[in-house]
Design a protein around this ligand. Structure first.
Ligand SMILES: [Fe+2]
Length: 346
């Protein structure tokens, strides 16, 4: 059987490896399936096992001395990010998001290849331009020209928080692998109260690729797949959402073929009304990432071209069982003066 090959020197997200040790942390099942192909820029290369119940902070202190570059690939168990004080000042950590959706060996190989092509410096440039244009705009508009929908987002609100998973990692930092996302969420999101909202109003065309992440409480992978398949109907035709103050008040299919996605979203809203809240707007900036077929968490940072691609997030793990991202390549983000800030097809 062929092995998953990792080329540490090609992963520019980590920056220069000289003088450091490169670690892969993975489930024991994958230990002998992973091979490191190296060019000796690093001082050494190691593979360490991590399974359900293991304490990553302990692994860091006992097995991974500083300085270190660490890539985590643990599809079999939920990986909790370490606190900054445990990560330490001279480690860099990259995490493949591979437990919230099913992750095959093929998809790991696929995203490693995307990670090799990922350009952190390009991402930094895109982000700089995005923030410069964004700060000059009084509000942002999400426009789908074909569906003729417009949503207004008041993005300068103090009650929101911007996060970046982009660029070259600095010491003491951690990031998704492959990287490439700027996201915005309401500030109080991490408290138990999901009753905080982004200021979004209007009609939104949800047309594109869903990613259905599942949290750690018990769930059946078959259910996750069935829900994903119903939602997947929105890849060709939009679900038109009416949004009032960040909450989806109504959904309808723009075409009969999107009806199964509407029905499934409605069922989710009925079971847990918090799925109606647009909890996250994501700005994917990794145009070197190719979408992997099916339900795949690592698709999230996808960008259709250098202008980036927007996605919208419903539900928040661990408060809801699922987090649904809907990647919408056709949506353009315009300023109040109708200048293109982000997104759209090329
Ligand atoms: Fe996101």
């Amino acid at each position: 059987m062929s092995k998953i090959t990792i080329h540490p020197e090609r992963l520019r997200q980590f920056g220069n490896g000289k003088g450091n040790v490169f670690y892969v942390v993975t489930n024991s099942r994958l230990l002998d399936k992973i091979k490191i192909e190296y060019e000796n820029h690093y001082k050494d290369y190691k593979i360490i096992s991590y399974d359900k119940g293991d304490n990553f902070s302990r692994i860091l202190s006992e097995l991974i001395p500083e300085p270190a570059h660490i890539l985590v690939i643990t599809p079999d168990c939920y990986f909790r990010s370490p606190e900054p004080e445990h990560l330490g000042q001279h480690r860099k950590l990259c995490i493949m998001a591979c437990n919230s959706t099913p992750t095959s060996v093929e998809s790991i190989e696929h995203f490693l290849e995307c990670g090799e092509k990922t350009d952190p410096y390009e991402q930094e440039k895109i982000s700089e331009q995005f923030f410069a244009k964004g700060e000059a705009a009084s509000h942002l508009k999400f426009v789908d020209e074909k569906c003729k929908t417009v949503t207004i987002f008041r993005h300068l609100d103090d009650g929101i928080q911007w996060h970046e998973q982009i660029g070259e990692l600095q010491w003491g930092e951690q990031q998704l692998f492959p990287s490439g996302e700027i996201s915005v969420l309401p500030v109080d999101i991490f408290t138990l109260n999901l009753n905080v909202k982004l200021d979004i109003n209007g009609k939104l065309a949800l047309k594109g690729i869903p990613v259905l992440h599942s949290g750690t409480p018990s769930f059946l992978p078959d259910d996750q797949e069935r829900i994903f398949q119903a939602l997947y109907a929105m890849r060709n035709h939009a679900v038109i959402a009416s949004v009032h103050e960040g909450v989806i008040t109504n959904i309808e299919a723009s075409d009969p073929s999107a009806q199964s996605a509407v029905d499934m979203l409605q069922a989710m809203f009925d079971v847990d009304s918090r799925y109606r809240i647009i909890i996250e707007i994501g700005f994917g900036v990794n145009r070197h990432l190719k979408l992997f077929p099916g339900n795949s968490a690592m698709n999230e940072v996808y960008a259709n071209n250098i202008n980036g691609t927007v996605h919208f997030g419903l539900g928040l793990i661990p408060h809801t069982q699922y987090h649904l991202d809907i990647i919408c390549p056709s949506i353009k983000v315009l300023s109040d003066k109708d200048e293109l800030v982000f997104g759209g097809m090329k």
